[in-house]
Ligand binder design. Sequence first.
Ligand code: SF4
Length: 223
Amino acid sequence: MSETVLINEIFRSIQGESTFAGTPCTFIRLSGCDSACRWCDTRYASVENGTAMTLSEIERRADGFRTSLVEITGGEPLQQEPVYALMQQLCDKGHTVLLETGGFLPVDRVDPRVHKIIDLKAPSSGESGRICTSNIELAVSAAEPLKKSFEFKLLLASREDYDWAVDLLNRYRLNQHCTVLMGTVFNKLHPAELAAWILEDNLNVRLQLQLHKYIWPPDMRGV
Ligand code: SF4
């Protein structure tokens, strides 16, 4: 019997985050997540059961949107074992594949062609103690072409979060090795404040706003 994945939704939108922001992208949102981040904006994907779909059904649906960029997201997509084969098959078909993960599970078995966007949950999320630091070690020790396939994302809600983030970056010299995306939790910290702190520290990170929340209503699904 074919392997199935629990899918919450598949849709096409504008990529809102990462160095691919602004690009049309097909999103494959997997159901289920065992974490409880305070600022989670996809709780529905964590709690809803989703629809079981075979890998070929998922690929057929995704192909219908005709984008070369495909993102695997959730929920926490790495909780479902068949997602590894799904990512590999999408790469084999010539897609540029992004993985958006909460950063609590290791990414060492992900196909190296996949661009990994790894959240680093700040203290205000309530989950920063569970960060999988082996992902950071994997990225900083990776050979040069592979290193470019890692991006780390910090969403901050306060100055305390920012200070924690700077300390984490310094500890691993992470922003000297990989792209680090730093943004604000929507409506919790004004981007101008974060911009001022970054400039004051001359911090080598990339400020990013969650583009989709400015284009569409911030709680809108399927965008
Ligand atoms: S890991 Fe992602 S999906 Fe899971 S609770 Fe945290 S923000 Fe939500």
